[in-house]
Write a protein that binds this ligand. Structure first.
Ligand code: ADP
Length: 647
């Protein structure tokens, strides 16, 4: 425990000094012992004894893991010393005396807290010599096969591992359901022979498959490659254990042999060492160097922290994990469905999904967003179309209602207009009766009377027909028409009312007007609205000036219709509101006539305007495109302000 601490001066002083001096010397001795104890407890000194070359990946991984586990647990850091004889590649019988002498000399004055031996050589060496080099120092042996535990001195701590040849063969049986030949490949060191034996015993004791086993031990790499190349992959599996040396004495780190073997072999290669993965190994029940090293470090730390006694301290062997190299399986034509579920798969070829998951998700999100947007837009469009259809319907109904209203205004005079011919017919019928009572009546006179009756009946019928045409519920129909004829129809309806109101109607219709495209009834309604308004405006006008003038003439792009009156005119204040829905200055007005007129005119691709007339009154002008220009403008039904407001 106190090697390296010089107690000689204190002991000499204790033997030869006086009482006071001896007390001081005793104090110095206690101080020396205490400081030695504190020093040993504070900073751990650990010797690592790997049997193999410490740069071999299998060893290096374990050392790194155990060093980091120990360092993490140490209260004041760790000093590591690593000594290797590389027994797997050198003759230890020859070199052991010198190696022993070297270690003795090296650690003669150095206190060591624990010795950690890795694998078989470390076990054999420490078992024989640890008391010579590090007396009373705890020893922990790791990475030995379970079968070696029996050789362990009782005061040693240890962690064994388990070469899971059975599970590795079970994997081979799963991946190669028809294979019956097993080739076990190994080198010819003692350790190689040991691992080959483990594999062979497992193969021969398999219940699930009767393997025909061939042992290829110590072949040179070239021999091995040639033989592997001739194997039948359908019925043969290769189990590679270790090859530290071939029969010609060439040495290897066992993992280095896997890649050339895999390149040459037509049959799958299995094994249980993790360093073989990524070299061409198909898979196996693989041990973990990293976990094994870490557990060794943790057990050593527990011993040094006095949590456990080093005598016989142990941790159970770590279970191995089934790992399959998917890229190798694909290369060898082994179906992925054969890989047992519990096996971890490495080198899984990246699927499009794995490779571009982010991009694919982003693209899907964009497409989904687009789909939602498009659906939303289509839904909105449909809603708008339905709203437009319903608005158009309402507008038409409203226009018709307005027509009925106009007709109502004209009804008294229209009734009079119909009454006149009917009265004439009645008078003529009476006259005919009187004529017939006279036996010498003139037939020619009767003919004349019947002609008059017919003329009057036609006249009355025409008035009724015009009224019916105006009020009939019918779809809007754009046809080629002569605006003058439409004006004539409207005038026929207006004439009786004008007469009743003592208003003269003057019409100047230009024969040069081109045809237009429009709905006859709607345009008639425009003329009626403008004319009735004009007559309303002239209510207070002196009789001589009561003239309603309606004219048409060709304009630059079509036809110009003017409705002029000598009424009260329009002030600047109301001029801008004239065409607004529900704007009225009349007591019983609805304020829809002009708004509907504008909607109709605009739906015909035209314009409407109003301005005060020189000399008093008002002039309303409607411009409508001629047939040719109309074709550029697809006629359609506009939604009137009133209809829009209602919607
Ligand atoms: P309403 O005739 O029911 O009032 P309109 O939309 O046809 O509805 O007319 C709106 C308003 O425009 C009328 O109330 C009137 O003040 C004014 N107006 C229309 N035509 C004339 C006109 N020829 N002369 C003067 N004012 C007019």
């Amino acid at each position: 425990m106190f090697e390296g601490i010089s107690l000689a001066p204190s002991l000499a002083c204790l033997r030869h000094g006086g009482p006071l001096r001896r007390r001081l010397c005793l104090f110095a001795l206690v101080l020396s012992l205490w400081s030695a104890t504190v020093d040993a407890g504070a900073r751990w000194r650990v010797v690592i004894l790997p049997g193999a070359d410490p740069t071999q990946p299998a060893v290096a991984i374990q050392i790194r893991a155990l060093r980091s586990a120990l360092t993490a647990a140490a209260p004041d850091g760790v000093e590591f010393y690593t000594d290797s004889l590389d027994e797997l590649r050198f003759d230890t019988n020859d070199l052991t005396p010198q190696f022993l002498a070297l270690l003795k000399k090296k650690y003669e004055d150095k206190h060591i807290d624990i010795v950690i031996g890795i694998a078989d050589f470390a076990l054999d060496f420490t078992r024989r010599y640890h008391n010579d080099i590090w007396p009373n120092t705890p020893v922990l042996i790791t990475s030995i096969d379970e079968s070696r535990i029996a050789r362990m001195p009782p005061e040693f701590a240890y962690i064994a591992w388990h070469f899971d040849a059975h599970s590795t063969l079970a994997l081979a049986e799963a991946l190669q359901p028809h294979a019956s030949k097993l080739v076990i490949v190994s080198g010819n060191t003692a350790f190689d022979e040991f691992t080959a034996r483990v594999a062979e015993q497992a193969a021969r004791s398999r219940q699930s498959r009767e393997w025909t086993v061939s042992l290829w031990s110590g072949l040179t790499l070239d021999e091995l490659k040639t033989r592997l190349g001739s194997l039948d992959p359908a019925d043969t599996a290769v189990l590679y254990t270790t090859m530290y040396r071939d029969r010609e004495g060439r040495t290897f780190f066992p993992f280095e042999v896997v890649a050339p073997m895999a390149r040459a072999s037509r049959a799958p290669i299995y094994g249980w060492f993790p360093t073989y993965l990524d070299q061409g190994l198909l898979g196996g029940a693989v041990i973990s160097y990293e976990r094994n090293g870490r557990r060794a470090g943790e057990l050593a730390a527990s011993i040094l922290l006095r949590k456990v006694s080093s005598n016989g301290a142990t941790l159970p062997a770590e279970p191995s994990r089934c790992i399959v190299d998917r890229a190798q399986a694909d290369r060898l034509g082994i179906r992925s469905a054969l890989i047992p579920d519990e096996c971890e798969q490495i080198n899984v070829p990246a699927s499009l999904w794995n490779q571009y998951r982010g991009t694919v998700l982003f693209a899907l999100a964009v497409v989904a967003l687009q789909a939602v947007t498009i659906t939303g837009l289509l839904w909105q469009r449909r809603k708008r179309r339905l709203a437009e259809e319903s608005a158009t319907l309402r507008a038409n109904e409203l226009a018709r209602a307005a027509r009925i209203s106009s007709a109502g205004e004209l009804s008294a005079s229209i009734a009079h207009e119909v009454g006149q011919p009917l009265g004439a017919i009645l008078s003529n019928a009476d006259a005919a009766g009187l004529i017939l009572e006279n036996p010498e009546h003139e037939v020619s006179e009767l003919h004349q009377i019947l002609a008059d009756v017919r003329r009057d009946a036609v006249r009355a019928n025409q008035v009724v027909q015009r009224l019916r045409a105006l009020l009939k519920k019918q779809p809007v129909e754009f046809v080629s028409l002569d605006l003058n004829a439409t004006v004539d129809d409207a005038l026929a309806l207006l004439a009786p009312e004008a007469r009743r109101r003592r208003i003269a109607i003057e019409s100047t219709l230009s024969a040069a007007c081109p045809l237009i495209i429009g709905d006859r009834v709607q345009l008639q309604q425009v003329i009626l609205n403008l004319s009735v308004n004009a007559m309303d405006a002239m209510q207070e006008t002196e009789a001589a000036k009561r003239v309603l003038t309606i004219s048409t003439r060709p304009s630059e792009h079509g036809v110009e219709l003017m409705v002029l009156d000598r009424g009260h005119g329009i002030s600047d204040a109301i001029r801008s509101k004239l065409f607004d829905s529900f704007f009225t200055t009349k007591t019983h007005g609805m304020g829809l006539g002009l708004s509907i007129a504008r909607t109709i005119v605009e739906s015909h691709g035209g314009r409407i305007g109003a301005e005060p007339r020189e000399g008093g009154g008002c002039a309303f002008t409607v411009w409508l495109p001629c047939e040719e220009k109309s074709r550029l403008f697809a006629p359609h039904q506009h939604v009137s302000d009133a209809a829009r407001d209602q919607a």
